[in-house]
Ligand binder design. Structure first.
Ligand code: HSE
Length: 346
């Protein structure tokens, strides 16, 4: 599978490292072989090589801050724009990993449509296009015989979308409630240990949990974007941001955390949605509430279903490696589907 990556920040680099580390194992166990043929970034430059880019060299160049240091090669192209790179036949799948824009979803949305027109499957970690245009992207992909997958957009590699859409197929999901932002959960957990808000936020950025603009995390918009994705994917709703009440953790200080502790409570940024709407809000939970014990960048979600009652999933919610794992899982799912189709037509 030949891949083009749009964006090569923490998530793109985490994914590239995983792909490199696991290449032999994936080939031997599931016959999966992938090469990164193109990378386009806002600050480091662009690279395209139809024979595949060298991942260690790509990672070194990214660390040095510019693809100018990537070694020259006969078929290497450095001057292709994103638009020119996404040409029919240039790759099998496009991974949209650029920073999220939850107001317009651009420029990623146009990139996604262009990739579908060029015959590429879509795999997204960027939440904007899926939060705002889930149904349309899915329909366009389906009409072209392609897949649009977005496991990385909610709870990193913890398989929320696969659980809801594949393992719980046949169940009606009535509501979703949980902790959907790793950065704020990490900050609240660190504050409980006496760290300041700003020191904890800086650490969350250094650990690769926070968005490029962390106000999206602390003000609740990242969790709200994830709720929209879940509402679209789980309930078939077409909710918009206007259907959600959103607030963040900005007003919570050390005194609030200490007072809550004295009363056997903990602050958590809770996101919840039903088919008709939802909210993101910092709440004090009794320590006996299972969500109160979910600490650090870990996330959790409880899905209320008609056939199985409540199903709760707890796992990594952010991080370069953890999100890279979701991209890999989506690519493997695309490969499984292609194999099934090939078997069916044989
Ligand atoms: N900034 C996000 C978070 C990354 O902290 O949860 C994962 O979506």
């Amino acid at each position: 599978m030949r891949l083009i990556l749009i964006g090569f920040g923490a998530v793109g680099q985490g994914f590239a490292k995983l792909l490199h580390e696991k290449a032999n194992n994936l080939r031997a166990t599931v016959g999966f072989e992938a090469s990164i043929v193109g990378v386009a970034t806002a600050t480091r430059g662009n690279l395209y090589c139809a024979d595949g880019l060298d991942i260690p060299a790509l990672l070194s160049a990214a660390e040095a801050g510019s693809f100018a240091s990537y070694p020259a090669g006969a078929s290497l192209q450095r001057d292709l724009s994103v638009t020119d790179m996404i040409a029919p036949g240039a790759a099998d799948a496009l991974l949209e990993l650029s920073p999220t824009n939850l107001e317009t979803a651009q420029p990623a949305l146009e990139t996604c449509y262009r990739a579908l027109d060029a015959g590429m499957h879509l795999v997204l970690a960027n939440k904007g296009p899926v939060a705002l245009h889930y149904a349309d992207l899915g329909a366009r992909a389906g009409a072209c015989g392609l897949q649009m997958r977005c496991e990385a957009t909610v709870m990193a590699g913890t398989p929320t979308m696969q659980l809801a859409q594949e393992a719980l197929a046949g169940c009606q999901i009535q509501s979703a409630r949980g902790i959907l932002n790793g950065t704020t959960n990490y900050i609240l957990t660190q504050m409980e240990s006496g760290e300041s808000y700003h020191a904890a936020l800086e650490k969350a950025q250094a650990l690769g949990y926070a968005e490029a603009d962390p106000s999206g995390d602390v003000d609740g918009w990242d969790a709200a974007g994830k709720l929209l994705i879940l509402a679209n994917a789980l309930f078939g709703s077409r909710l918009t941001m206007g259907d959600l009440q959103v607030s963040g953790i900005g007003g919570i200080g050390a005194d609030d955390i200490n007072l809550a502790r004295e009363q056997n409570q903990r602050y958590k940024l809770i996101a919840q949605a039903s088919p008709s709407g939802g909210m993101v809000k910092a709440m004090r939970l009794p320590v006996s509430d299972p969500l109160a014990s979910v600490g650090g960048a870990t996330n959790a979600i409880t899905l209320e279903t008609d056939l199985l009652g409540a199903i709760t999933l707890i796992g990594a919610g952010a991080g370069s490696r953890e999100t890279g794992a979701a991209l890999l899982a989506d690519l493997l799912a695309i490969q499984r589907c292609q194999c099934n189709q090939a078997d069916a037509s044989a």
